[in-house]
Design a protein around this ligand. Structure first.
Ligand code: SAH
Length: 275
């Protein structure tokens, strides 16, 4: 639990608060200098790191390549019950996160961060936002860190979003109950682009969306499975032919499944090369 008066300190993957065990506090923080920092304002800090604590993103968190600071919005709530929401002005269903409460969380989060939004994006996960793409992930990964606000209920008072120059980003054209899953998806896509997170950097270059195409299909052992053999060209050892085949497969898949991506792939229309 974060508290506005006693900010939580984070050491690697552990967000340490006053309630942490002394043994944890004595552990040496393993932080890489210039590590990417993700501050996540949420009513559910226990949802983090979630899947980000697993596999490559989890290992990178352990190694201090990036740091995660969940900030508990409840800690900034009003009164004895730490209320964070209220009924929508003008009427209607549901509740809205209060401007003053979210403002206090943003002010807490911005301590030690540069005001330049290019160096440190401040993002509200929202179905109204600009669709998140690989280009957005690249932009976020090039920053020093990011602050993410996870909404709940009907959303957030508009005034606090305007006041803090918050960028709205959407995971897609559907509605989640909260921003936490969206925040984890966005952080996963961003963190895996940080130097050293993925061992083989070449795999980043070949995968879906890196050149505006979907990726070619993959095969591995056994060579024959359920009467289906691995395509002969992949077993030929001819790397030029393999590259040609993969390219053709990627193009065919993209045309068939994503005509929208195919129409604006790099080189087709100037100014749309960031897919
Ligand atoms: N009333 C809002 C939806 C609220 S959903 C609307 O119609 O726009 C509750 C919270 O879930 C939002 O505040 C947001 O943080 C999160 N959320 C829902 N869908 C999302 C999406 N597609 N992408 C990112 N965040 C989303």
């Amino acid at each position: 639990m974060s508290d506005p008066d006693t900010p939580a300190k984070s050491h690697g993957r552990l967000s340490i608060s006053a309630s942490a065990k002394p043994r944890d506090l004595m552990e040496e923080p393993r932080l890489v200098k210039g590590a990417f920092v993700a501050k996540v304002i949420t009513l559910f800090p226990d949802a983090f790191p979630g899947t980000l604590g697993l596999s490559l993103t989890g290992k990178a968190l352990d190694l201090g390549v990036w740091r995660l600071d969940p900030i508990d919005l409840r800690g900034f709530g009003e009164g004895k019950h730490r209320n964070v929401d209220d009924t929508p002005a003008g009427g209607g269903a549901g509740m809205v996160l209060r401007a003053d409460v979210v403002d206090a969380a943003f002010r807490h989060a911005r301590v030690g961060t540069p005001p330049d939004r290019a160096r440190w994006p401040v993002v509200y996960l929202s179905p109204r936002g600009a669709p998140f793409t690989q280009a957005t992930a690249r932009r976020f990964a090039a920053a020093e860190g990011i602050t993410l606000l996870c909404g709940r209920f009907e959303g957030v008072d508009q005034r606090v979003l305007d006041h803090h120059q918050v960028e709205e980003v959407s995971l897609g054209d559907f509605v989640l109950t909260g921003g936490e899953i969206a925040a984890q998806a966005i952080l996963d896509a961003t963190v895996r682009l940080l130097p050293g997170v993925i061992g083989n950097a070449a795999s980043l270059d070949e995968e879906s969306h890196s050149h505006g195409l979907l990726e070619h299909p993959h095969y591995t052992r056994p060579q024959m499975w359920e009467g289906q053999e691995i395509p002969a060209v992949l077993q030929s050892g001819n790397h030029a032919e393999i590259a040609k085949w993969r390219r053709a497969q990627a193009e065919a898949l993209t045309q068939e499944r994503r005509p929208d991506l195919w129409a604006r792939r790099p080189g087709t229309k100037p100014g749309t090369k960031d897919v």
